[in-house]
Ligand binder design. Structure first.
Ligand code: HEM
Length: 519
């Protein structure tokens, strides 16, 4: 009797295992193969030359991430082929995904946003950190309202009132540094952008955050007491790593229900981080703080309120800090550009030391054409977010004549168009003058019809879900770069400067140690 029962259970378990195995094979081999075979016939669709079962493009990408080449050289090379290709049909591991390449295809997607293209909810990567945030939900009156609230409360389109905060945070980075020494620049810039945000959200309560430590479980299982700032940095990095973990795609439920590490651990850390942030905002004496506005927002549920606030911290801090490191890197790699920038700042009346804040205003910042060009060129060459969020179509459609079935998953490639040599002159070179209408380089580019165009610059995305923090981020970058150019002597190592293809986008694991001396 018992033996019979064991046999029956074993039989069903075996059958279930076999069915699951066949299902997995179907998902990882048959679906991707049919996808590849179907789309390779379209002349305007770029596919891999040979079908690479299972591994898709990921192995190549992971290898390049490890080398610090987060823009994957093949994306830059794709820039040469954009006249030919509108779309790339690729595999995220084994999941079919369309990448929107050409400007023509992007324009069509933006049109389709009115009828059938919207965000796709995905439960991995940074989205898993903020599952209720408006940024990953479909566009409707509620999400639009929540997006508007964020823009209004943070004054994202008129962020000049935060200039004093921004300057103060730059000063404190320098004050906490030794007169001369080696620093982890990525870490310092992360601190800077985090502090700017917290200062804006919580006012002077920022000081409490600096001194209080909270428990965080590291990948080795050891619990360490760290600041909330440090926690956000580690959590963002941990969630970015989910993109390149095969389990994320092979067994999504492990991630969705946080069943095994790293998902289990990251989920626990994330929940605690949110709890601590909520406690800090709630206990704040500042009744009018922007953080309180988020937490008292009547337009959404308690989870949504908290996630919207955390989402802004995630979206607005590491993006800007990585771009700052990039910019400082390019300036150090090109001393002539650094010098030209310094001269412009001095000419526009920016002074060192205590007078810096007094010398800086919206007008003086706007007058710094070259500073603006340097930042635009940084964002073109080293695009901090390489792909847009995930989108999907709710009905069968076509993009540039290519059939896109209902439910298809796609993203906009934000890098390749920056290297399109039919739109930019010498796209692989860092040349800020390409954005300066008065420069010889711009004039030459114009003669050749190579001055880019609105869709050839994609760092902040396009369409109705483009980045709402663009003006804020650009202002913050201008102030920080102006400040550090005048106040800090810094040098990346010769080895780092001579490496080709290095980038500091969000996936980057490259944390250069930089020799610094206060001026
Ligand atoms: C250099 C800095 C930044 C870059 C390069 C950047 C880039 C981007 C990109 C590419 C997207 C996705 C667009 C798409 O899917 O089509 C995005 C979305 C978003 N960004 Fe930024 N961003 C930056 C800074 C900021 C800042 C400072 C904030 C907030 C203050 C912010 C808030 C957001 C939000 C809320 C979204 C989601 C928008 C929505 O879903 O409607 N970003 N950003």
């Amino acid at each position: 009797m018992i033996l019979n029962l064991i046999y029956t259970i074993g039989k069903y378990l075996g059958l279930f295992g076999l069915a699951y195995f066949i299902y997995v094979l179907y998902c990882v081999l048959v679906v991707p193969y049919l996808f590849w075979r179907k789309y390779r016939k379209y002349p305007n669709v770029k596919t891999q030359e040979n079908f690479a079962p299972v591994i898709g493009d990921i192995v190549n990408e992971v290898t390049l991430v490890k080398q610090g080449k987060v823009h994957y050289e093949y994306r830059k090379d794709l820039g040469k082929e954009l006249e030919k290709y509108d779309i790339r049909a690729k595999l995220d591991w084994w999941n079919p995904c369309f990448m929107i390449l050409s400007n023509r295809a992007l324009e069509e997607v933006i049109q389709l946003q009115k009828s059938c293209v919207d965000k796709q909810y995905v439960s991995y990567g940074l989205s898993a950190m903020i599952p209720h945030g408006f940024g990953i939900q479909k566009t409707n009156t509620k999400t639009i309202q929540r997006r508007k609230n964020v823009t209004t409360w943070l004054g994202l389109n008129g962020a000049s009132k935060f200039i004093p905060h921004m300057v103060e945070c730059c000063e404190s980075i320098l004050d906490n540094m030794e007169e001369e020494g080696t620093i982890d620049l990525m870490h310092e810039m992360n601190s800077l952008t985090f502090n700017v945000f917290v200062k804006i959200m919580l006012g002077d309560d920022i000081n409490k955050l600096e001194s209080t430590l909270y428990p965080y479980t590291n990948p080795d299982g050891k619990v360490e007491n760290i600041t909330l700032k440090e926690m956000l940095i580690r959590l963002t990095n941990a969630y970015v790593q989910h993109y390149i973990n095969p389990l994320t795609f092979l067994m999504p439920f492990l991630n969705e229900y946080h069943l095994v590490n790293p998902y289990k651990r990251d989920y626990k850390n994330n929940q605690l981080f949110k709890k601590y942030i909520k406690e800090v905002v709630e206990s704040s004496d500042n009744k009018d703080s922007i953080g309180k506005k988020f937490l008292n927002n009547e337009d959404c549920t308690p989870e949504q309120r908290l996630d919207d606030m955390i989402a802004i911290m995630v979206a607005g801090t590491e993006t800007t800090s990585h771009s700052l490191v990039s910019c400082l890197y390019y300036l150090d790699k090109h001393p002539d550009i650094k010098e030209k920038l310094k001269k412009e700042l001095e000419k526009e009346g920016f002074t060192k030391g205590e007078g810096f804040l007094a010398s800086i205003g919206v007008d003086s910042i706007q007058n710094c054409t070259y500073l603006n060009c340097v930042i635009k060129e940084t964002l073109r060459c080293d695009t901090v977010i390489q792909d847009s969020f995930d989108y999907e179509c709710s009905k069968d459609t076509t993009i540039c004549g290519v059939p896109i079935p209902k439910g298809s998953h796609f993203r906009v490639d934000l890098v390749s168009s920056h290297y399109d040599d039919k739109k930019w002159l010498q796209p692989k070179e860092f040349i800020p003058e390409r954005f300066d209408f008065e420069s010889e380089f711009y004039k030459k580019s114009k003669e050749l019809g190579l001055t880019g165009g609105v869709y050839s610059r994609r760092s902040f995305g396009h369409g109705n879900r483009a980045c709402p923090g663009q003006s804020f981020a650009l202002l913050e970058m201008k102030i920080a770069i102006a400040y550090f150019t005048l106040h800090l002597e810094y040098n990346f190592s010769e080895e780092d400067l001579s490496k080709d293809g290095i980038g500091f986008a969000l996936m980057s694991q490259f944390n250069p140690k930089v020799a610094c001396k206060r001026k």
